[in-house]
Design a protein around this ligand. Structure first.
Ligand code: ADP
Ligand code: ZN
Length: 517
């Protein structure tokens, strides 16, 4: 059976599971009957699509919305997966192609509209082919109490009995009556493995800091948690070594871990981490899969993670025992540049690259958030929450200012120099600094020269970083990382939209006391 994590990356192009997905995927792939309750947008489809690829035979997917089915089939095909749909919207050719793929045993996922189950031919056909499992999307449609009742859904139970295969049911509706009815109608009352997780991990304190001497920021954070087991995630292998060294010099017990190490050496680190008190592992993302330590008290990111999903997964390794745990994520313009470049230089097709940029934007939005981080994080996964009182922004709301004018000045400096320069030179222009480069290019003659004198240089650096975080400007890999304006910046430049920025991101320091255990 192909490994779930490999398929996740190679077929779907995701670097990490979303909350809850991995457990559900394992149960479904293992042939269990499953009822999974996840918020809309939480990533349900992956929970049956991925197991469908791991199992032999065809997965039959029943979904109430034809448009949705067609979208999913199109996306799966684009990813190289054999999928087809039998719906009333099909052309004859499409239907013939699906039958052929079924006959030839090629199809992995067959989407069927529930009303097709009423037609005897579909039932007969499904009995003849090698069906490995049934997946039911929007399973609450089987419930007569709900507002989405679909009489045809009642036939699914019949189908399951006829085929005698595992069934996985998915819904976003969590109330007890609906759940009970799903169990009764789809599973004949035999309790399936049920997954109902909120995504929140309330014991984990969330914090971000703009990079301002990362080595010092990490050692300061660790010093306040001395003797407590923690993980420091780094973007590169070299950095794991140098940061582990710095932590040892500061008197911690710290060790590096990365994918370039021999398997034996890696296992030895995992072993030490599980058994030794207060060890810090300084690692690349390669560290984590084999770690099942419930009392990790803190996780720090010395470099920005790849995506919001990766962030959630990595901080989620802390505090599995439910006791308070602390996290700190550092981010800076170089991280943003690196992550953008990794996406742009990757081999992924354009749509996937756009989606990767969007996922990175979600994480940057979280980094530059103005209000409760947890509210924003959970909203991304489809869950509404109240301000948590356990994140840096709830602890100390940031000072903000109307950044519209400053952003307009910065954008105009970018445009007047034809989008060919990086932040350093642009800030020289804005603050009216006559450097050799400024003089050589004649930039001291620009109308924007010196218009930002009222703002100090470090503050400008923060503004440029926040502009990158809000995706108003992007480094162009074909222009040595020169900053270019993006479409969302246009309304701000034209004075049609405003933007609020944080004043303090450069000056925040770790003021939280260490967790007492
Ligand atoms: P729903 O739970 O509403 O059916 P979907 O399955 O349509 O949600 O997923 C919502 C979005 O989340 C889709 O755009 C999907 O590509 C994305 N998604 C799902 N799983 C992941 C993941 N592990 N990492 C990143 N994005 C994901
Ligand atoms: Zn909060």
């Amino acid at each position: 059976m192909p490994a779930a994590a490999t398929l996740l990356r190679d077929i779907f192009g995701f670097d990490a599971f979303r909350p809850g997905q991995e457990d559900i995927v394992n149960a479904v792939a293992g042939g269990r009957d499953v009822l999974a309750i996840m918020p809309t947008g939480g990533g349900k489809s992956l929970c049956f699509q991925l197991p469908a690829l791991m199992r032999d035979g065809v997965t039959v997917v029943i979904s109430p919305l034809i448009a949705l089915m067609r979208d999913q089939v199109r996306a799966l095909r684009a990813a190289g997966v054999e999928a087809g749909a039998l719906t009333s919207g099909n052309t004859e050719d499409e239907t013939a192609a699906v039958w052929r793929a079924l006959d030839e045993g090629r199809l992995k996922l067959l989407y069927i509209a529930p009303e097709r189950l009423a037609a005897g031919s579909a039932m007969g056909m499904l009995r003849r082919i090698n069906v490995s499992m049934i997946a039911v999307d929007e399973a609450h449609c089987v419930s007569q109490w709900g507002h989405d009742f679909r009489p045809d859904y009642l036939r699914i139970g019949e189908l399951r009995r006829a085929l005698d295969v595992p069934l996985a049911a998915f819904t976003a509706t969590a109330d007890a009556e609906t759940q009970a009815e799903i169990v009764e109608k789809l599973f004949d009352g035999r309790a399936p493995d049920t997954f109902l997780h909120g995504f929140d991990r309330p014991n984990i304190h969330l914090a971000f800091q703009a990079k301002d001497g990362p080595r010092k920021q990490i050692t300061t954070f660790a010093a306040a948690r001395k003797g407590q087991p923690g993980i420091v995630y780094c973007g590169t292998r070299a950095r794991t070594e140098s940061l582990a060294q710095a932590l040892r010099e500061a008197g911690h017990s710290a060790i590096a871990y990365h994918g370039g190490m021999e398997a034996d050496a890696r296992r030895a680190v995992e072993q030490r981490f599980n058994t030794e008190d207060g060890l810090i592992v300084v690692a690349t993302v390669a560290f984590g899969m084999g770690v099942d330590k419930p009392d990790i008290r803190w996780v720090a990111h010395a470099d920005l993670p790849k995506s919001i999903e990766a962030y959630y997964q990595e901080i989620g390794r802390a505090g599995r025992d439910g006791a308070p745990a602390e996290t700190l994520t550092l981010f800076g313009p170089d991280d943003i540049r690196l992550r953008r470049a990794q996406i742009d230089e990757g081999l992924a097709p354009p749509e996937r690259r756009a989606a990767d940029h969007a996922r990175l934007n979600a994480l940057l939005g979280l980094a530059e958030a103005l209000e409760c981080r947890r509210v924003q994080l959970l909203r991304y996964f489809g869950e509404e929450a109240q301000p948590c009182g356990n994140c840096d922004l709830c602890d100390a709301p940031p000072a903000t200012f109307d950044g519209t004018e400053a952003v307009q000045k910065a954008l105009s400096a970018i445009l007047r120099t034809d989008e060919w320069f990086g932040a350093g030179h642009l800030i020289d222009i804005l603050t009216g600094k006559v450097t050799e480069k400024v003089r050589a290019r004649g930039h001291d003659g620009l109308p924007t020269f010196g218009v930002g004198r009222d703002i100090a240089r470090p503050m400008w650096q923060g503004i440029f970083r926040q502009m990158m975080g809000h995706d108003l400007i992007r480094p162009d890999p074909d222009r040595h990382g020169a900053l270019r304006m993006t479409d969302p910046a246009v309304p701000i430049l034209k004075g049609k939209a405003q933007i609020t920025l944080r004043r303090d991101t450069l000056a925040v320091k770790d003021r939280r006391p260490a967790v007492k255990t």
